[in-house]
Design a protein around this ligand. Structure first.
Ligand code: HMG
Ligand code: MG
Length: 305
């Protein structure tokens, strides 16, 4: 365990990945209030929404209003997903600091999620990256279904690596590798890093685990052991991808922060303020959050009553 980092960066994706799967429309004001609470908890980066076709993701149709409504705290990079040039223009109009392009390692998920083949996707993303860079925006590239696709099963690691190389050639600053449906196991994650070692710059990689099978924290540990220091998570374990059958919630930020702090790894996040943000969204959604931290909180506060 000597090789573990002293500090990591956690990117909160709850307002986007966490909420995109919620079927009841959440008021814009709730999203804004929640992001403001998250801003005070100490994150360096918050993904606030998506500028996608609202017919595909109705929950996030108020991306612009959210972006214009939130407090902008200095030192925080406010980010949003953009699938194409139209989405980028909306993100630029909303004065975001960072945009994220996205595609999948598997053809079938790519088609289901963004209605294009992998080859058709490259020029679309390339144009977005170029234009975003021209506007001095930070750009991240998501690759989904890295450890398994709901339609195609396991995807060869060299297929994932080839996509990452293309994204890096386009000029993305960082790649987020998504276990979209939460099927990765620690041995598979280890094998993945061994395979790509020397081919991809680990300092530019972030890991994005979903927790369907309860292995997300174990996968984080393996990633830490390989020197990865950036992770995505959603507070309370909210989330899922509507175009990936079987996808469940993201790794819960509160569980991740708790584990890292127990291990003496710094995140810059204040657990008390994080709890406040979790309680706020739990109350607003009127359902108990899935994270271990919130389950413990809910049990103990109920017992106290
Ligand atoms: P399309 O239908 O092929 O698009 O969708 P199109 O270019 O043919 O245009 C069709 C209509 O969409 C037109 O409107 C466009 O204006 C409109 P119409 O003329 O019919 O009225 N349109 C847009 N509207 C608003 N914003 C835009 C936009 N672009 C086109 N940006 C498209 C292609 C990519 C737009 C669509 O498939 C889409 O929006 N997909 C979004 C899917 C999505 O958000 N999925 C969830 C996020 S990915 C994820 O969760 C995984 C991740 O978390 C990592 C992991 O876990 O692995 C990131
Ligand atoms: Mg996701």
């Amino acid at each position: 365990m000597e090789s573990l980092p002293n500090a990591v960066t956690i990117k909160e994706v709850g307002p986007r990945d966490g909420l995109q799967n919620e079927s009841e429309q959440i008021p814009t004001e709730v999203k804004v209030n929640w992001i403001n609470l998250l801003s005070h908890a100490g994150f360096q980066s918050i993904e606030i929404s998506s500028f996608v076709n609202p017919k595909w993701i109705p929950q996030l149709k108020d991306a612009k209003e959210v972006a214009m409504g939130i407090e902008r705290k200095s030192g925080i990079s406010y980010a949003a997903l953009v699938p194409n040039y139209k989405g980028l223009q909306a993100a630029l109009d909303s004065n975001l600091d960072e945009v994220a392009v996205f595609m999948s390692a598997s053809e079938a998920h790519n088609k289901n999620n963004i209605n294009k083949t992998i080859d058709e996707t490259y020029p679309v993303l390339s144009e977005v990256v170029q234009e975003a860079k021209h506007h001095k925006k930070r750009v991240r590239g998501y690759v989904s279904t890295v450890f398994g696709c709901p339609y195609e099963g396991e995807i060869p690691f060299n297929q994932v690596a080839a996509i990452c190389e293309k994204l890096l050639q386009m000029g993305v600053d960082e790649i987020s590798l998504g276990d979209t449906i939460g099927v990765a196991d620690p041995k598979q994650v280890d094998a993945f890093f061994e395979e790509i070692k020397g081919n991809l710059p680990f300092s530019k990689l972030a890991m994005h685990f979903h927790n369907t099978n309860g292995m997300a924290l174990a996968n984080i540990l393996v990633s830490l052991q390989h020197g990865i220091t950036t992770f995505d998570s959603a507070l309370g374990g909210l989330g899922g991808c509507p175009y990936a059958k079987g996808a469940s919630g993201n790794l819960a930020t509160d569980d991740l922060v708790h584990m890292l702090h127990k291990m003496g790894i710094n995140t810059g996040i204040d657990e008390v303020k994080l709890r406040e943000a979790a309680r706020y969204i739990q109350q607003s959604l009127n359902k108990e959050l899935n994270s271990h931290q919130m389950q413990i909180y809910n049990r103990t506060t109920k017992e106290a009553r």
